[in-house]
Design a binder for this molecule. Structure first.
Ligand code: A3P
Length: 316
């Protein structure tokens, strides 16, 4: 189906889709197995139908609140490290979401044919998406372009998303009980999270040269060795000289939560989706869920995680 959703066609489509109340803000619609607010759905359909990948493209793909901002910073700094002087790393003056732009939350919003020519200052092109693996444009799946994916313990996803929503939707609030109930039933933007994670997990198992699958917890524990793998995967391995000069440590440091959070650029302004940049930096810790979830919620989620991941080889 090659179409740019004109308003009337799009409205007709939306009327046929299952609908649920969103966490806060707009309703969510179920399309191709995942939940979207209409604004993002429309942009996603344009992206799905029109984006033409280059073999050299790199895509940062994530489930929301799993470390997108961090992985954008790490991938950008690793991939382009020889294209700017170290003390002029654009991360010092631009937010990670300005440097690595989202397809459906940014470039294709209100524009079915964005001019992608000038979007990426450096080469190869680097983009990002929260779209599920199954729904990616064919040209991404069939071309030689590479995907870097990150996920996270679902309990931390839930708490991070819940905190993010209450911060972003000024004045509105959603109880943890309500958030838990929605998350448990898979009702969350770009969810169900397990389908999202397993889609990329299985694809990465089948094609490890195309998809690098990372976990937030592993990256936290040993950023350096994962950066080495990332560089290798991207086709820009660190040289012995770079290792000796501490380039890996420098990248890890500039992209660290503590550094990015304190940069002036990340303390002001907003992402194109109206999210303040500060909304992307909260605690940056593993296991913060234990400060919020009740024993009942933990038991339910542990069972759910076990049931959903059973037999997949993926664990949290
Ligand atoms: P918390 O809410 O648990 O603090 P995303 O970028 O996908 O929206 O994910 C946001 C989560 O990643 C938030 O988690 C945020 O604090 C954390 N985060 C942002 N930048 C980070 C960084 N440089 N290192 C580690 N975690 C980071």
């Amino acid at each position: 189906m090659m179409w740019s959703p004109r308003d009337s066609d799009f409205k007709k489509l939306v009327q046929t889709l299952p609908k649920e109340k969103g966490w806060l803000g707009p309703d969510l619609y179920f399309y191709q197995g995942f939940w979207y607010p209409t604004r993002i759905l429309k942009a996603f359909i344009s992206f799905q139908n029109h984006f033409q990948a280059f073999n050299s493209d790199i895509i940062v793909a994530t489930f929301p609140k799993c470390g997108t901002t961090w992985l954008k910073a790490l991938t950008f700094s690793t991939l382009y490290r020889n294209q700017f002087p170290w003390d002029e790393n654009p991360l010092l003056t631009f937010g990670p979401h300005q440097l690595v732009r989202f397809f459906e939350h940014d470039l294709y919003l209100n524009n079915p044919f964005p001019d992608l020519q000038n979007v990426c200052v450096y080469q190869p092109r680097l983009f990002s998406t929260h779209v599920s693996y199954t729904s990616l444009p064919t040209s991404i799946k069939d071309s030689g372009c590479k995907i870097v994916y990150i996920c996270r313990n679902p309990m931390d996803m839930l708490i991070s998303f819940w905190q993010f929503m209450t911060k972003v939707q000024d004045g509105e609030s959603l109880s943890l009980d309500e958030a838990f109930d929605k998350f448990y039933h898979g009702i969350i933007v770009h969810g169900p999270c397990f389908d999202h994670v397993l889609g990329y997990w299985k694809a990465s198992q089948e094609n490890p040269n195309k998809i690098l699958f990372l976990k937030y917890e592993d990256l936290k524990e040993d950023t350096g060795s994962h950066l080495k793998n990332l560089a290798m995967f991207l086709g820009v391995p660190f040289t012995d000289d770079e290792e000796k000069q501490g380039v890996i440590e420098k990248i890890a440091k500039i992209c660290s939560f503590e550094n990015l959070k304190e940069l002036e650029v990340n303390k002001k302004g907003a992402h194109i989706s109206r999210v303040p940049h500060t909304g992307f930096f909260r605690k940056g810790e593993v296991g913060d869920w234990s400060n919020y979830l009740t024993p009942f919620m933990i038991e339910c989620l542990e069972k759910l995680i076990q049931e959903k991941l059973n037999g997949s080889g993926l664990t949290f």
